[in-house]
Design a protein around this ligand. Structure first.
Ligand code: ATP
Length: 229
């Protein structure tokens, strides 16, 4: 069943248009990799989905509702769980406080987040600002899970992290997919890991979807042309 549908979406930062024609779909339980070179509009696309930026034309439907017709707080309550680029935890609050501040009723609670990321359990009384970059990323994912989203959106969740921590985060994302069947939109530069986790991919170039389909059909011609790998 379709969960998110982005149809011919355009969006601008003031006078500067960043998205021209973005389209893709995510079904319940599916993982979509949103790909493209730097500055092509991936973050802008997720900002637009999460209503941090208005849609100037096109349509975004989530869980059967037209997002543009809903007030922003109602849209968030429908179940969009964003892990923004750059993490953004409350650095002066503890791990537990960060998690409980985000909590909404559902499957995910602090115990489940701690089971997914045991390092967070060990540091529950530590301030978020004193965590390592990888631990802060785990906390940012944990916070989004505590909202019990229907779609988890991960914007560069492994960027700048050491290889071992990246592996831990990829393993957690894989277990979310396998064990809870959560739908996930993931932006990342690592094609190898994306291939292991994603069902589908959409590639954006200069604010336009230039390719979308099953990630198994993403061949080297396409990745050379649009992603440069
Ligand atoms: P990256 O991988 O570098 O994060 P991206 O694909 O996520 O790239 P976006 O951040 O969505 O790209 O940027 C798309 C375009 O929008 C770029 O041309 C960028 O300069 C522009 N842009 C992004 N944020 C703003 C902003 N706050 N104000 C004006 N223009 C912006």
């Amino acid at each position: 069943m379709m969960l998110l549908s982005v149809e011919n979406v355009a969006a601008s930062y003031g006078a500067s248009q960043a998205l021209f024609d973005v389209s893709f779909q995510i079904d319940e339980g599916q993982v979509l990799a949103l790909m493209g070179r730097n500055g092509m509009g991936k973050t802008t696309t997720v900002k637009t989905i999460c209503r941090l930026l208005p849609v100037t034309s096109g349509k975004i439907q989530f869980a059967g509702q037209d997002l543009a017709r809903l007030p922003a707080h109602k849209a968030a309550q429908l179940g969009l769980g964003l892990v923004p680029e750059g993490r953004r935890c409350f650095t002066n609050l503890t791990v537990t406080e960060n998690l409980t501040a985000a909590a909404r009723p559902g499957h995910w609670d602090q115990g489940k987040v701690n089971a997914l990321f045991p390092r967070l359990a060990e540091r529950c009384d530590q301030s978020a600002g004193s965590l390592s970059g990888g631990e802060q990323q785990m906390l940012a994912i944990g916070r989004a899970l505590m909202t019990n989203p229907r779609l988890l959106i991960l914007d560069e969740a492994t960027e700048g992290l050491a290889p071992l921590v990246r592996q831990e985060i990829w393993a957690a994302i894989a277990s979310l997919k396998q064990e809870t069947g959560m739908a996930i939109l993931v932006i990342d530069k690592s094609l190898k890991e994306l291939r292991q986790i994603a069902d589908n991919a959409a590639i954006i170039q200069r604010g336009e979807t230039v390719w979308s389909g099953s990630i198994n059909d993403l061949n080297t011609d396409i990745t050379h042309r649009y992603i440069g790998v």
